[in-house]
Design a protein around this ligand. Structure first.
Ligand code: OFO
Length: 164
């Protein structure tokens, strides 16, 4: 069974969304480099790599199903942020948004009776649980630190020491 046109289009849009996530996280990483928070920058580089993997997993899936990958343009991500807290809030909100996109895609796969795609998307559904959990945890930790620079610097060191 070939991938329906509707699903092909929707997955291509999701590839764009994943690449935008990578782009946005890389921009956040650059912001952290700029404010001398190398640990947070490292965390965001890791996020960037994960998003590239998410995009490529979809890419290979479209190819495997005999579809055509079409890459769309990626909008410019925000350059400036207010603070570490601002980035942490935006990251968590963004992951929640991505979860809603994955859910929509899953619902479309069910509506199209494409069970292979529904099964394939279950990996993303589980991955989003992890993504939301990680970003929510970091947000809560940053919220607890408030504007205490000492605590933020210690947390920055901790994030920098996490393995790649
Ligand atoms: Fe691809 O999960 Fe984050 O955005």
């Amino acid at each position: 069974m070939e991938l329906s046109k509707k699903l092909e289009t929707a997955i291509n849009e999701q590839i764009q969304a994943e690449l935008y996530s990578a782009y946005m996280y890389l921009s956040m990483s650059a912001y952290f480099e700029d404010i001398a928070m190398p640990g947070f920058a490292h965390w965001m580089r890791e996020q960037t790599e994960e998003e590239m993997e998410h995009a490529m997993k979809f890419y290979h899936y479209v190819v495997e199903r005999g579809g055509r990958v079409v890459l769309h343009s990626i909008q410019q991500p925000p350059v400036e942020f207010e603070s570490v807290l601002d980035v942490a809030e935006k990251t968590y909100a963004h992951e929640q948004h991505v979860t809603s996109l994955i859910y929509k895609l899953y619902e479309l796969a069910l509506a199209e009776k494409d069970h292979a795609t529904a099964v394939f998307l279950q990996w993303y559904i589980n991955e989003q649980v992890e993504e939301e959990d990680n970003t929510r945890t970091i947000l809560e930790q940053v919220q607890r630190m408030g504007q205490n620079p000492q605590a933020l610097l210690m947390f920055d060191r901790h994030l920098g020491e996490r393995g790649d």
